[in-house]
Design a protein around this ligand. Sequence first.
Ligand SMILES: NC(=O)c1ccc[n+]([C@@H]2O[C@H](COP(=O)([O-])OP(=O)(O)OC[C@H]3O[C@@H](n4cnc5c(N)ncnc54)[C@H](OP(=O)(O)O)[C@@H]3O)[C@@H](O)[C@H]2O)c1
Length: 249
Amino acid sequence: MKETTKQDMVVLITGAGKGIGRAVAETLARRAEAAGSSLSLYLAARTRSDLESLKAQLDSSVVRCDLIAGDLAEAPTEPVEACLARHGRIDALIHCAGVGRFKDFLEQTPEDLEFTIKINVTATFLLLQRAYAVMRTQSPREGMRGQIQVVTSIAAEQPFPQSSTYCLSKYAQRGLLEVMKLYGRQDGIRILEVKPGAVYTPMWGQLPAEQVEKMMIAEDVAQPMVDALYVSSRASLEGLTIRPLHGDL
Ligand SMILES: NC(=O)c1ccc[n+]([C@@H]2O[C@H](COP(=O)([O-])OP(=O)(O)OC[C@H]3O[C@@H](n4cnc5c(N)ncnc54)[C@H](OP(=O)(O)O)[C@@H]3O)[C@@H](O)[C@H]2O)c1
């Protein structure tokens, strides 16, 4: 059976160079290939070489990638402006860029706090605000003006030791998304909060094999995120919690 997809979808992905964001780009591209329908991906992250290798991997007769390398902490709305300048619209923003510094509560420094908040909270707010403003003024497709997915974490609703600055920032993201859902329902913009448990990505660095075995891989999270983009346009999937089969670490 042919995959269902949307024609000419323009998708902006932050954090596309590694981990969950990269897996989302790969999963979306596979789906477009299977359906033979065109897909424009705008890939954003800090490390240009990651984005170039992803573009080389995904570009095809149906998938077309553009990329923008830059630090969201310095220029949070730049990916939106670049995607808009290239395509004139953004059907979906999938915000995966995020950071965490994990250490004991009393060891977290003011710099750890500022670093985490700058990206997970301030840049996230400004990026989403700008993307939402763009979507709100664009013409609807199938009754929908756009879709925004943000990868927060189970740490957005559950405390973990070693995670004081991370939980603070993720709870903040959650609060923002809850407010955005109120607006999204009025404006025909779907807002999805994605809350993964432990996923083995570069964010974790090197881990012992017995710990890795208990974790998900990025594709486990990417697949339902991509499926969520294709939920009937009469409906809105607003939250997605994805845990390792045997629970949290
Ligand atoms: N892995 C997990 O277990 C897990 C669980 C729950 C939630 N999450 C959340 O999922 C999201 C993605 O995590 P991940 O595990 O995929 O992380 P990752 O493997 O470290 O990848 C993060 C991506 O975000 C980009 N990025 C980070 N800071 C940036 C900045 N200031 N400006 C622009 N791009 C930036 C990175 O680019 P560069 O590499 O070029 O810096 C990279 O492409 C994060 O929000 C994380 O909190 C992860």
